[in-house]
Write a protein that binds this ligand. Structure first.
Ligand code: PGA
Length: 251
């Protein structure tokens, strides 16, 4: 059965004490059976929170970004081996903010994906179209190109370590959510692409998360769609009350 995932993306928010408190609050939530909670937290909190989460097998601490290089003269960067050495074996790759603000191209993301698999990391790979593309109704081709450019070089067995997050950029942080039908349509399409490129078995086991203004009020409907296996949640993950409701929104 596919993993159901409630993933928090704290982005560049919270100071140390607030982060610790939020972690404690979330760790006290009764997580529904077969749901895993991911917390993608800022770099400074990865080590301490992954230590705390050792006693919480249902919570994984996730990096929000990583370098495409293993080590060397890359001031300010963090590598996969560094993450591994503090017990962090999940990383978000290609969030739209990394793509747009930090100019991460499909090619750079391909390198990050390949190095991640080589270094034994698990990946949450993000894709999704901007509003201009959605308006032109070319969003399927756009997302297909992102996947082709950065992910399709993987082998079928690599997909054991990959989760995909579909995040339409027009829905991120805007309060505008894709309708459940729009999310389902894209998730189904992504799964179809995986089954065409690999096979149905691989497609059926990959978890595909929806991201973009997921809130307690819409999580249940989104997560009840056949191909939506959970959410990547920004704003609503910063408060224990709203994120715990989202965790409990799996049917
Ligand atoms: P949002 O962010 O829930 O605040 O829209 C989602 C994301 O960027 O992952």
């Amino acid at each position: 059965m596919r993993k159901k995932i409630a993933a928090a993306n704290w982005k560049m928010n919270l100071e140390a004490e607030e982060a610790r408190q939020l972690y404690y609050d979330i760790s006290n939530v009764k997580i529904p059976k077969n749901v895993t909670v991911f917390l993608a937290v800022p770099f400074p909190y990865l080590a301490s929170l992954s230590l705390l989460a050792k006693s919480q097998p249902r919570i994984s601490i996730v990096a929000q970004n990583v370098s495409q290089h293993t080590s060397g003269a890359y001031t300010g960067e963090v590598s996969y081996p560094m993450l591994r050495s503090i017990g962090v074996n999940w990383c978000v790759i290609g969030h739209s903010e990394r793509r747009s603000i930090f100019q991460e191209s499909n090619e750079i993301l391909k390198d990050k994906v390949n190095l991640g698999l080589k270094e034994g990391s698990n990946l949450v790979f993000c894709c999704g179209e901007p509003l201009s593309i959605r308006k032109k109704k070319t969003h399927k081709a756009y997302v297909e190109n992102q996947l082709t450019a950065s992910l399709w070089q993987l082998s079928a067995s690599d997909f054991d370590k990959v989760v995909i997050a579909y995040e339409p950029i027009w829905a991120i942080g805007t309060g505008v959510t894709a309708s459940a039908a729009e999310a389902q349509e894209m998730h189904q399409y992504i799964r179809l692409l995986i089954s065409q490129k690999y096979n149905k078995k691989v497609a059926d086991q990959v978890s595909i998360l929806y991201g973009g203004s997921v809130k307690p009020a819409n999580a249940k409907e989104l997560f009840s769609q056949a191909d939506v296996d959970g959410g990547l949640v920004g704003g609503a993950s910063l408060k224990a009350a709203s994120f715990s409701q989202i965790i409990k929104s799996f049917g």
